[in-house]
Design a protein around this ligand. Sequence first.
Ligand SMILES: NC(=O)C1=CN([C@@H]2O[C@H](COP(=O)(O)OP(=O)(O)OC[C@H]3O[C@@H](n4cnc5c(N)ncnc54)[C@H](OP(=O)(O)O)[C@@H]3O)[C@@H](O)[C@H]2O)C=CC1
Ligand SMILES: N[C@@H](CC=O)C(=O)O
Length: 404
Amino acid sequence: MNTINVGILGLGTVGAGVLTILRQPHPDLAGLNFRVTRAAVRHVTAAREQKYPEIALTTEPQSIVTDPHIQVVVEVMGGVESTWPLLKTALTQGKHVITANKDLIAQHGDELSTIARAHSVALFYEAAVMGGVPILHTLTHTYANDRIHRLVGIANGTSNFILSQMHQAGRTYQEALTLAQQKGFAEADPINDVAGIDAAYKLTILARVAFGVHPSAQDINCQGIAGLSPTDFTAATHWYQVIKPLIVADQQQGSLALTVSPFAISQNHPLSRIDNENNGIVINSVNFQEMLLAGPGAGALPTAGSVIADLATVGHAIQAQRVPVFAPLIAVGPSLLPPEAYRAQRFLAWQGSTLPDTLPVIDRQISANGIIYALTQSVSVAEVRLWQEKYPTQLLRQFPVLSD
Ligand SMILES: NC(=O)C1=CN([C@@H]2O[C@H](COP(=O)(O)OP(=O)(O)OC[C@H]3O[C@@H](n4cnc5c(N)ncnc54)[C@H](OP(=O)(O)O)[C@@H]3O)[C@@H](O)[C@H]2O)C=CC1
Ligand SMILES: N[C@@H](CC=O)C(=O)O
């Protein structure tokens, strides 16, 4: 039986996880006869060479993507500027590519997919969206004959971990972030996690696959979790709500609205129970109506498990001499709602003894430390921006409330 030679770019959290799984005996993987021959890292150390004696380590990823003996490139090193030309080269040279890199796929996925198609090779990236949750496979296979109208999810494990730890374990924001980094959940630059950038990349990919739209960063309302305070969680409890870091793609005013933000959601909502690094997504569609898909959204083995699932699909296709294809559900999607037009009720924290009459408040409470918390009627982002300009010191925090 022919072996399938694999080159790996990166042996960090995810790359090491991939090798751990490949070393475990498994009949399906054994039947595919993968052989990881080469791997690229920044630092080739004696300890690494001892740990992976069967793999030639290099600090030159370019030498792997141009190696004529390698059929599949697994990219788990991250970043865009260095990986973009590498993966273009790999695809152009007729190699199948599997990546966990959402930054790259969100920004250059369309171009890379075109190159992959032109060279009859696969470009798969299940691990790039929601780690171990098989959302892309589910959308492209299970939902192939359905029509999705709304996606609401938790797609960043680090943010969900931080908020869960602040709310349930009494950790500070910084303690929780440090722990998420130690556990291998956070990005190389964790600002991508906490500012909502990582989740926006995932929403970009999901919107492309589920709705056939091609958003840029400017099309997404994006708000991070930094600055949330423990009293916010207590205030939310008063209204039977929890605060979750969500991605939302829903229809408003005949267009698709894309939002990344902490949201106040009902304690009865299925995502209210998805904690720590776990991710979850509620898909509303015509046929399946409402479905929840949930599981580990970050970490070595769950993410590597998604890489391996893609690798197995590619391996089976190579054995059958087929081209494995990744097809979005819809070719051309709806128009995108301008971010400032997005409307939602707002949860707000206010520093001061009274709220101005001009705010459309429907309920309020005062926290132990004298902050006024309020729920407002549904307002547009444009209106919220006016409040922020008018009350820069009093309006401490505000974020949307998820509607049913
Ligand atoms: N961690 C997670 O839970 C998840 C991560 N991802 C994505 O997977 C990718 C990898 O993440 P993760 O494993 O956490 O990252 P790590 O930082 O743990 O690992 C990155 C690896 O790439 C190597 N590397 C980086 N730059 C270069 C370079 N220029 N040349 C050669 N080697 C290089 C590093 O080498 P060295 O070790 O020598 O520094 C390291 O081995 C990212 O795109 C990330 O967004 C996706 C889902 C979940
Ligand atoms: N940093 C990311 C890793 C997985 O995509 C996250 O926390 O979700």
